[in-house]
Each structure stands twice: as C-alpha cells, then as structure tokens.
Design a protein around this ligand. Structure first.
Ligand SMILES: Cc1ncc(CO)c(N)n1
Length: 224
C-alpha cells in the first residue's frame, strides 16, 4: 500500500471498475446544470426539500454505522463517525434556513418514490446481520457522491449562480473532501481484512448507492 493514500485500494478499484455509473451519479445533468447556471429553480427547490427528508433518515443510518463501529474490537474509527453524526445536526439547521430563504415549507413536504426507495435501503442497515464493513463502505459512498458532484460545481470554470454557492460549498469544500477521504481510508482498511463474500456485498452496496443517487437526481430534475 501507499502509506495512507487511496490509490490501489479496494474502493479506488471499484470507482474505476464502475466508472461509467460513478460518472452518471457525480456528473448528472442536475448538478451539471448548477455548474452551468442553467438550473431550473423549481427543480432545485424540489431537491432541497427532498434532501432535507433524506438527511433526517440519514441520521438514523449514520447512527447505525456508529453502533456497528462501537461493537468492533478495535473501535478507533469511532471519533470520525461520531463527528459525522454531530455535523448532521448543523446540516439539518442549514436545510431549515435554506428552505426559509427559498420560500419552501418543509412541514408540507412528503418523500417522493425515489427518496422512499433510498429510505428503505438506509433502513436495511438496522439489521445487526449487516456487517460494519458493508455499512462503512456505504457511508463513504453516499458522502463521496455529494462531495464529487458539488465539488465539480465550484471547480474552475463554473458559472454556478451565487445564490447556490453555499449549497455547493457545503459538500464541495476542501474540508468535506478530507472527511470523505478519512471515511475511504477506514473502509479500505476494514475491507482489506474482511472475508471475500463481505467484500463482494460491500461492492454491491457501492453500486446500489450509485443507482439510488442517480434516481435521486432524476427525481429532483423531474417528478419520478
Ligand atoms: C441523496 C443524498 N446523498 C448523499 C448526501 C450526502 O450527505 C445527501 N445529503 N443526500
């Protein structure tokens, strides 16, 4: 290995193997239209309100990852995951503020089908049979899709409207990238010591996250 980097790691290999799908998730027309400045604001508001509901569900998911972590003999990843739980508190406040700014009433929103599908996937991690390896990989993948998608919106050459920069910074910032990289290192370390069938399940979960993320952007763009 390369002393803590991610090149040559299991997760890096998957990103290459499933590159096409990874790009469909991280260069989706929805986020690319944010970067181009051609975003339809009603789609943005739909995303905002649906993602608020997603994040409420995500809190319980990250708590389930934390619980699995705490049950490990070596629970040295605890602080990183706990930091993730803590930052979700700030994130929920951010959604409420942002919704108020856009005139979106969060109290009257219900989850659309693709969001519900994602909720069901997240809820499946409550089962104690699902391993920490699969859970931490899934956690890393979910965060990374947003990091990469919104990071692209603030990279050089963007025409992102100023009123959307705050959103893009939330997930596109250098700090969030570092956080995703620490999750990736944890996942790779756990996967390196996991049995082959567990590694296989983790790869399947990675692919499932990409599918669900694509579905989420589609839902935000249209109304599926
Ligand atoms: C759908 C979705 N995926 C990933 C993230 C990142 O936390 C999010 N907020 N929403």
């Amino acid at each position: 290995m390369d002393g803590g980097g991610v090149e040559g790691s299991t997760t890096a290999a998957w990103m290459e193997r499933h590159q096409q799908m990874y790009e469909r998730a991280t260069r989706h027309p929805f986020t690319v239209s944010i970067r181009d400045g051609t975003i339809d604001l009603s789609a943005f508001k739909r995303w905002l309100s649906q993602d608020y509901l997603f994040v409420r569900e995500f809190v319980a998911f990250v708590a389930s990852v934390l619980l699995k972590c705490c049950k490990q003999e070596d629970n040295s990843d605890m602080e990183t995951i706990l930091g993730g739980v803590a930052s979700l508190s700030d994130e929920l406040s951010w959604f409420k503020n942002e919704a108020a700014r856009w005139g979106v009433d969060l109290a009257s929103i219900s989850p659309l089908e693709s969001n519900l599908e994602y909720h069901r996937f997240l809820q499946s991690f409550n089962e104690p049979e699902i391993s920490y390896a699969v859970a931490i990989t899934t956690f890393w993948a979910i965060e990374t899709v947003y990091q990469d998608s919104f990071g692209f919106c603030i990279e050089e050459g963007n025409k992102t409207p100023p009123e959307l920069l705050g959103t893009c910074q939330r997930w596109g910032s250098a700090d969030f990238k570092l956080y995703c990289q620490s999750l990736q290192r944890i996942a790779d370390r756990i996967l390196a010591n996991a049995p082959a069938d567990t590694v296989k399940s983790a790869e399947e979960a990675f692919i499932r996250v990409l599918e669900l993320e694509i579905g989420f952007w589609e839902m935000s763009s249209s109304r599926s």
